[in-house]
Structure formats: C-alpha cells, structure tokens
Design a protein around this ligand. Structure first.
Ligand SMILES: *Cc1c(COP(=O)(O)O)cnc(C)c1O
Length: 396
C-alpha cells in the first residue's frame, strides 16, 4: 500500500535534486573548510554558494546569513544571544503564547536567569493584536519575537506591521519563519526584521541544518563558542553537505514558490471543503484566509485526536495531532488552548499538512475515509454526545 504523507509541517522528504548536490561533499570534497588546500577551498566555496542561495530566497545580504544546526538553534541563539548581550539596557522580552517550543522553552530558561517575559495572547483565529503589543512595550524591553506562521494552525501574523511598531521604539525584532520559508514570500528587507530563523528540513532539505538571519549591526552574543567559523559568531566545523543541501532546497523553494503555493492552496481548500461539508460537528482551527497554503487543522467533537491518527495510519495516512513535539503527551496543545478552545475540544484535533508531492486523488481518498473513521469513532466514544462540552468560543 502506498503511503499518503500529510505531515509536511513536521518534516519533508529530501528532494532528489537536493540529495544530488549534497553527495560529493561526503566522500570526495570532504575537506575542512577552514584549511588551506584544494579540498578545503572546494568546501569553503560550496558553503558560500549556499549562503548566496539562502540569502537570495529571503532577499538578504549574504553576509547576514549564518548557518546553524536547525530552527531550534536559530531560535535559541536569537533569544539568548540578544538577551545576554543587551542585559545592561533592560531585561524585558515580549513573545506570544503560540510560539514553537524552541522559543517558549528558551523563554522559560531566560525567566530562570532573571529576564521578564510577556506572552502576548492571540484571538480565536490565532492573530496577535498590535494594540496589545504596543501596550506591552516598556522602557526596558530589549527584544520582541513573534513567529511568522504558526506550525499547528497555520495562522500568518502581520510581521511587517509588527516589525514597524517594534523598530519605531528602537527594539530588536526577531521572527521564527521556519514554517513560512518555501510556503509564502519572504523579504527580510521589506519585512523590516532584525533576525529571522529558518530550517532546512521543512523545505525538502536535510535535517540538522538551518540559518539565522542577523541584520548587520544587531548586538548579539554567540551561542556556540570555539573556532572562528561563521564570521566568528558560530563555532564548529561546518556541516558542509547539509549546508549545500539547504542552499539547493532554498533555491528550489524560491524558484517554485508561486507554483507550489497554488498547488498547496488548491489541495488545502479541497480538503477543508470536504471535511467541513461531509462531517458534522467539526471546526477549522486557525485563520480562514491568513493561513499557510498547505495547512488544515480541525477539531472533531467527542473524539481524541490520537485515535483519529491511529485509524488514519491503518489506512496508510500520516497526519498529526498538534505538533510533533506534543504528540505522545496527553497535554492539549498550547496553541489550541491559546485560541480559546476548551481542553476537551482541543484533544480532538487533527493537523493535516500538504506538501509538494501530495495529489488531489490523495486528498479525496483521505476525505472519504475520514468521514467513515469519524463516524465509527463517535459510535464507540466514551464521551457522551449528549453531555455538553460546549463553550461560548466553540459554538460561535
Ligand atoms: C520545526 C520548527 C522549528 C524547529 O526546527 P528544527 O530544525 O527542527 O530545530 C522551530 N520553529 C518552528 C515554527 C518549526 O515549525
């Protein structure tokens, strides 16, 4: 049975074109990029070519692109690096309640180190309010971090407007754009951001590599100390093959962005229309329009997301209930709670994220089978369909 992969927000397969670019850098062009002979120059040259590819995809100056081990490291570096470097100016940081754990858990760590963190709330579609942001800014605020697009519900935040509010106050602005890259246009100059995080494996590149965009002049401490790599800001011998793969993946993502967006959107809309039209007592989570082109996130009354996932897996479909980081735990997603869902409803969530390789036939197969799965699970549900799990937010 051919599998249907609908968890592209968790990770994507490496594109064949990406793998082909990477292969020579394992056994042939294996030199340490910091050395002075031919093998080293080849590797060094490949890293700089990849830096140019990533920079082009986000309209950055290549000198402002720093390679890291992934989205998590980029987020950690942005927050800890700015927090520790600017402590004399203040110890207040603003972020949102719906960030990825790479941001939220870093903030919890910084709280233990004495920093004061404000977590902005979001509305029932996952958007922060500019008025809340303005009201939260203080004289001692040194950093604001707001994600570009949410990994669970797909909501896209108004990053340019947010950046303008933050920059007007002379505060450093960071955005986690891991889910945005390859899915919506990114122009770091137009968006007016100081720092932005990216990850390779979400855009059909290899795992374990990412980037942090740091605009020239932003005061930041290194996170990894050691050698002089990455302009003395991020030590460790470069993951050359990984960086080469990330560069190629970023190039493909930006060249094919428009076609890919149209493809994802057509399939996503068919999926949402099918599910909302054919299944009773279901709600779409996230913003109806300002959402990632490949993201669909639903809550089904009276059932556990986990049991939907198991049933889907049996018919060859890979989906997710919230995020990869929370599945396996019984806590409802912090994002679904932040948009106001009661814990009982948040447990019945299903995230299906469409990718480059998904077909319309696959979407039809999933919708048709989901109708039966939900009906069957509801019949065996221990949650009494008559008893109200109802809530003002849910039944709007
Ligand atoms: C996947 C993801 C990350 C983490 O990226 P890794 O490369 O897996 O460390 C961070 N933020 C968001 C929004 C993500 O989706």
């Amino acid at each position: 049975m051919k599998r249907i992969y609908l968890d592209n927000a968790a990770t994507t397969p490496v594109d064949e074109r990406v793998l082909k670019e990477m292969l020579p850098y394992f056994c042939e062009k294996f030199g340490n990029p910091s050395a002075v002979y031919t093998e080293a120059h080849e590797a060094k040259f490949a890293i700089e070519a990849a830096r140019l590819q990533v920079a082009k995809a986000i309209n950055a100056d290549p000198k402002d692109v720093y390679f890291t081990s992934g989205g998590s490291e980029s987020d950690n570096w942005a927050l800890k690096g700015v927090a520790f470097k600017n402590r004399a100016k203040g110890n207040h940081i603003i972020t949102t309640a719906i960030e990825h754990h790479a941001i939220l858990h870093t903030c919890e760590f910084l709280e233990k180190e004495g920093f004061d963190i404000t977590y902005l709330p979001v509305d029932d579609q996952g958007l922060i309010s500019l008025d809340d942001l303005k009201a939260a800014i203080r004289d001692d605020t040194i950093l604001v971090s707001v994600m570009f697009a949410n990994n669970e519900i797909g909501t896209i935040e108004p990053i340019e407007a947010i950046a303008n509010v933050v920059k007007e106050k002379g505060i450093i602005f960071h955005s986690d754009a891991v889910q945005a890259l390859g899915n919506i246009p990114i122009d770091v100059k137009k968006l007016n951001v100081d720092m932005m995080s990216f990850s390779s494996h979400k855009i059909y590149g290899p795992k374990g590599v990412g980037a942090l965009y740091i605009r020239k002049g932003v005061p930041i401490e290194p996170l990894i100390h050691g050698g002089a790599q990455e302009r003395r800001r991020r030590a460790s011998t470069e993951n050359v093959a990984g960086i080469v793969g990330f560069g190629k993946a970023a190039e493909i993502a930006s060249e094919e962005l428009e076609d890919n967006m149209a493809h994802l959107k057509a399939l996503r809309d068919a999926l949402i229309k099918g599910v909302l039209g054919k299944i009773p007592q279901v709600r779409l989570n996230g913003h109806p329009v300002k959402r990632l082109p490949g993201n669909a996130n639903f809550c089904f009354d009276y059932i556990e997301g986990e049991s939907i996932l198991l049933s889907l897996d049996l018919i060859g479909v890979a989906g997710s209930s919230g995020s990869a980081c929370t599945s396996g735990s019984l806590d409802p997603s912090h994002v679904l709670l932040a948009i106001g869902l009661p814990a009982g409803v948040a447990h019945g969530s299903l995230r299906l994220t469409i990718g480059r390789h998904t077909t319309m036939d696959e979407i039809h197969y999933v919708v048709d089978n989901l109708v039966e799965i939900i009906e069957r699970l509801r019949k065996m549900s221990p949650i009494d369909a008559q008893s109200p799990i109802d809530d003002a937010v849910y039944h709007h």
